[in-house]
Design a protein around this ligand. Structure first.
Ligand SMILES: C[S@@+](CC[C@H](N)C(=O)[O-])C[C@H]1O[C@@H](n2cnc3c(N)ncnc32)[C@H](O)[C@@H]1O
Length: 214
């Protein structure tokens, strides 16, 4: 399954999904076509992709099911929704969006294009709980997070490995590649950074050993 298909699978049974940074709108289009959701709200800070997506929706006859709104994060979103999707952007942008007041959905689906660990740390410190994690490969690995608004402090090990991913055998090749990356540069770091990365290396080694024996 590709990244978009895997995001869509996490929306099964939702009523109205708000997709922030919708761009091509493919998540909402596929979720509606599969009848997984009743309605979609696609928002984007840029009008140009929304114009293209609107044309596509018209061709597909989906304009009554998916509404497009130009908005910086939650700013112009007035309608109710029960699930929020934010995928395909960096952690810093996601953090900016989440830090603004908004209706709390039943759950969120997040997948940052980079800085996954920073996102986990942010969620842990701001009253969010990661309730599922899924690994998807599409040219490179992506981790999808299913998250609810409930306080759950993560340990440093959970921030690095993922609180749920660390229980999944499928994570072994992903952890091996992260481990090899870190081993390739750890000796070139200054002492403070080296200590931090060595700790992460040990998290990966322990996780690979534990999952291999499970
Ligand atoms: C790379 S696309 C990701 C598209 C899709 N969500 C995905 O996962 O494939 C990122 C989109 O986020 C939009 N974006 C960036 N910052 C945003 C913000 N603050 N609010 C809403 N959309 C934003 C960009 O305009 C762009 O269309």
């Amino acid at each position: 399954m590709n990244r978009i298909d895997s995001i869509v699978e996490l929306l099964k049974g939702a009523d109205t999904v708000l997709d922030i940074g919708t761009d091509h709108g493919l998540v909402l289009i596929e979720a509606i076509q599969k009848a997984y959701i009743k309605k979609g709200i696609g928002s984007d800070i840029n009008q140009a992709p929304l114009n293209e997506t609107q044309k596509h929706l018209t061709e597909l006859g989906l304009t009554d099911k998916i509404t497009l709104i130009q908005s910086d994060g939650f700013e112009n979103i007035k309608a109710a929704y029960d699930v929020v999707v934010i995928t395909g952007m960096g952690y810093k942008m996601m953090k900016q969006i989440l830090s603004k007041p908004h209706q709390t959905p039943n759950y969120y689906v997040f997948s940052p294009h980079h800085e996954l660990e920073e996102l986990r740390a942010y969620l842990s410190n701001h009253g969010y709980e990661i309730i599922d994690e899924e690994l998807v490969y599409e040219k490179k690995p992506y981790v999808l997070l299913k998250v609810i608004k409930r306080f759950k402090q993560l340990t440093q090990e959970e921030i690095v490995l993922g609180p749920i991913l660390k229980t999944k055998k499928a994570a072994i090749p992903y952890y091996e590649s992260k481990l090899n990356q870190k081993l390739s540069y750890v000796n070139h770091l200054d002492i403070v950074e080296r200590k931090r990365v060595e700790k992460e290396i040990n998290f990966y080694k322990d996780a690979i050993r534990n999952l291999s024996q499970a």
